[in-house]
Design a protein around this ligand. Structure first.
Ligand code: SF4
Ligand code: SF4
Length: 445
């Protein structure tokens, strides 16, 4: 422990891999991306149910106006990210599911005129119900990539006992630096949002997990915690930089020595984990009454001038790449969300969504797949102690029942096995197919 008592001893994991970090933009302050001429707002930007349009073609909308929502339990509204006219609807492919989803198209009027925001007069007097309602109305979802609606995560079932909050500032994916910059430039909002969550859940312990390749963020968060007089309440846990250190299951095991059950959540073992960008958004929703219409996105890889950008949702990838000087060389592939767990996107008109934390431009020169040489590396590195080689073999042969018996449900698709495989076997792709097939065959509840 250090002198202030805020920073605890560094932790490491025997699993996972050291990957080239390529954090080209770690030292680049956040810049504001240009407003697009039109925004394409997907009505399905959260885990759970898609929204339905609340506006029609020809309607005038203001920035921050709610334009899509659902009455389903697991859902979150979406808002206009610029002011102008609804010019119609279109379909966009949702990268995680590869399914088409409806989107609203808004032509900008160039004024960026906002709806009237309703800041809280005395945020400290808000009840738990009022806080959760403000979080839902603002459309807050997990910004670490999962996009699970935050108001649900923060209202655990009555029988659950939550004793720990972990704020996740690991950002273990190569290239990504948006969380790093959020901690450096918006650390006060991150901590304010964390305090709101503390009020809701009343945990015994609060940890902020940050990889040791972000020393400046660790020092800055420590200063802020001391400045707020919270050194006895909030502790920072530095983690060895390794992939996938920021995965919720890995964090729960490493910080609390608790195993998340198969098909379960950290909640099942008393922990709630939120990303630093999410608590910043929670502060803005609860204190300022501001809906989630933008986020920090790292635009990097084979672009002339990689940057961290504050991006309005619905901005096409093309606009961001052009703002970063355009593509360099023969790169022909864009990855959304990081090279390990992200999704390839070949359409540069695809609009950014709440879950877009990175846009990485790459050369798509895939290496040839070879036969498994039974080296066992995939087994060594798997943080869930699975047998990735067997899972891939069963999946390729269509033996999905054997995948199930080999605990395929416990795989959280981190991609470490694929990364480590010297035979270039796309193990995680085979596993994803098996999981999708098993889900399709499962009896509906
Ligand atoms: S089997 Fe799943 S959890 Fe294990 S390394 Fe591969 S992708 Fe990650
Ligand atoms: S790492 Fe690749 S080659 Fe080695 S055992 Fe696993 S699947 Fe086979």
């Amino acid at each position: 422990m250090n002198k202030s008592g805020v920073i605890l001893k560094k932790k490491s994991s025997p699993h996972g891999v050291k990957v080239p970090e390529r954090k080209l933009t770690a030292g680049r302050p956040i810049e504001r991306a240009p407003l697009p001429e039109k925004a394409v707002i997907s009505l399905h930007q959260n885990l759970g149910a898609p929204g339905e349009a609340l506006v029609r073609r020809g309607d005038r909308v203001l920035t921050g106006q709610r334009i899509g929502d659902s009455d389903k339990f697991v859902s979150a509204p979406v808002h206009a990210t610029l002011s102008g006219e609804v010019t119609g609807t279109t379909m966009v492919i949702n990268p995680p599911t590869a399914q088409p989803v409806e989107a609203l198209v808004i032509g900008s009027d160039g004024t960026d005129e906002w709806v009237q925001l309703e800041p809280a007069d005395r945020p400290e007097d808000l009840s738990a119900e009022e806080i959760l309602d403000r979080i839902r109305q603002a459309g807050i979802v997990g910004l670490g990539g999962a996009a699970f609606p935050s108001h649900i995560k923060l209202a655990p079932p009555k029988k659950a006992t939550i004793d720990t909050i972990i704020l996740n500032g690991c950002e273990c994916e190569p290239y990504a630096t948006s969380d790093h910059r959020v901690m450096l430039e918006y650390g006060d909002r991150v901590l304010s949002g964390l305090n709101i969550i503390r009020r809701l859940l009343s945990p015994q312990s609060v940890y902020i997990a940050i990889e040791d390749n972000k020393e400046d963020a660790i020092a800055h968060m420590e200063d802020l915690i001391i400045g707020m007089g919270l050194e006895e309440t909030i502790k920072i846990v530095p983690l060895e930089s390794k992939y996938p250190m920021g995965a919720e299951r890995v964090l729960t095991k490493l910080l609390l020595n608790r195993e998340v059950p198969i098909g379960g959540l950290p909640l099942d073992v008393g922990a709630v984990i939120h990303n630093v960008g999410t608590t910043k958004a929670i502060h803005e929703a609860v204190v300022e009454g501001r809906p989630l219409i933008e986020r920090v996105v790292t635009v990097t890889g084979a672009v002339k001038d990689p940057k961290n950008l504050m991006v309005r949702f619905g901005t096409p990838l093309r606009t961001l790449i052009e703002f970063c000087g355009g593509i360099v060389g023969s790169a022909n592939k864009v990855i959304l969300g990081g090279p390990m767990m992200g999704f390839a996107q070949f359409d540069l008109d695809f609009p950014t969504v709440k879950g877009t934390n990175s846009v990485i431009v790459k050369d798509d020169s895939a290496l040839a797949e070879q036969q498994c040489i039974r080296c066992g590396r995939c087994i060594e590195v798997c943080p869930m102690r699975l047998m990735p080689t067997a899972l891939a073999r069963y999946a390729q042969a269509g033996h999905y029942d054997l995948c199930k018996e080999a605990y395929v449900d416990n795989c959280f698709e981190c991609g470490v096995c694929t990364y480590a495989c010297p035979a270039n076997i796309p193990i995680v792709q085979h596993i994803k197919v098996a999981k999708r097939e098993l889900a399709r065959r499962a009896p509906r509840k």
